[in-house]
Design a protein around this ligand. Sequence first.
Ligand SMILES: Cc1cc2nc3c(=O)[nH]c(=O)nc-3n(C[C@H](O)[C@H](O)[C@H](O)COP(=O)(O)OP(=O)(O)OC[C@H]3O[C@@H](n4cnc5c(N)ncnc54)[C@H](O)[C@@H]3O)c2cc1C
Length: 432
Amino acid sequence: MPSVVLKQFTAGMLSQGTERGQRLAHPRVRRYNAVARIIKTLSSGEFFEIDMDFEFSEDQKMLQMMVRDFAAKELEPVAAQIDAEARFPAENIKKAAALGLFGIGFPEEYGGSGGGAMEKVIVNEELSRVCASTSIIINGSMGLAGYPLYKYGNEEQRRRFVVPIAKGEKLACFALTESGAGSDIAALETTATQHKNGYILNGTKIFISEGSEAEIILVFATIDKSLRHRGITGFIVERGTPGFSVGRIENKMGIRASPTAELIFEDCFVPAKNRLGNEGQGFRIALDAIDACRTDVAAIAVGIAQGAFDKALAYAQERKQFGQPIANFQAIQWMLADMATQIEAARLLTYRAAYHQDKGLPFLKESCMAKLFAAEAAMFVTSKAIQIHGGYGYMKEYHIERYFRDARILGIFEGTDEMQRLTIARQLLRGS
Ligand SMILES: Cc1cc2nc3c(=O)[nH]c(=O)nc-3n(C[C@H](O)[C@H](O)[C@H](O)COP(=O)(O)OP(=O)(O)OC[C@H]3O[C@@H](n4cnc5c(N)ncnc54)[C@H](O)[C@@H]3O)c2cc1C
């Protein structure tokens, strides 16, 4: 991560009154010193070696500490309340923007903070240990929506849309899913009909994270349904555009502070300059965005699992039954051991996927494995964390049930567990 990033992070941190001494004194800095040498074979039969070194650089450790402090000071006090009220945490999103968290992965000239996949993993894990909703809000904007706008946008689109997204001044959302097009994206029915110097959009998107808050909407529509995926095209719609409206807001099981909305396009005119990429390129753009952000979802799963585990470990040592802490019972120790093992395995898969991404290596299979395993690990760990808490774990007061509810989405959105398995199997059968 370039030093300019660090300066921005440090400046943001100090503006929030965080002392350097406090940061460095934090008790738990995770270290991965292991260097694994792996010989991989490409489908071409060619060999290449990967030295995977997961030891964080000084900049990455600083980033981890900074986000951990931010999560403890700003997110922890409100996480349960915004969940209960299903309230978008506008204030904390502004603070996250001031820290540069929306800018990771974007170059400085477009308002970014630099960094890459590993930095995003660090941020997502730390935020999700405390409040997965906040992490999902940031990711949806800078990742699923921001990344394709940067990668496929022309210079004018980058200036108009990517810069405010990277600075966290404007929130963006990614609108792909429809009632008849979930896993089968190519079945989408929102239409884009050419009209004068642009297109008229008609259709309804469902389950769009931050759809009700976003000012920039990346929406996918078809220019010709008979072309199936080859007709899908991406468009950028700005909030306030006539013909665009927000419909129903879902009442959800988890990640309740991240609003999930229906978006309605009724004769909504979009100028040609707001088309992203070429006509028919939308399917590739959407898949590319989902691929690029999959490791972030894995990191969110690791964070949720770690947060639940930390609470369970502490509770097991405090709670007494039969005259002793329940941590003395082997049944509880086994649960803790299994939980910790799942988390470490999920984290290593996640770091491996991020490492591949940052090195420009193939990462499709790796990121699918990371998301699949980490999502299932998060369910396992959060369920066991409730078990260790006994009846108190079932009560809202102990906050552990929120982790369980939040974890459930990870095997559904951005590709279900089944779709991850399908992709992994396809990669294996291709020899990747
Ligand atoms: C809280 C939340 C937030 C979301 N945010 C967004 C967002 O910001 N933007 C967006 O565009 N979408 C978003 N989504 C939509 C999400 O990506 C879809 O829900 C998801 O892709 C699954 O689609 P579906 O719900 O239609 O399920 P379906 O595709 O109908 O799947 C139902 C079941 O069938 C299985 N299945 C389907 N096809 C196959 C197959 N070929 N082989 C084996 N099993 C299969 C699935 O794995 C699943 O178990 C969000 C969803 C939720 C719940």
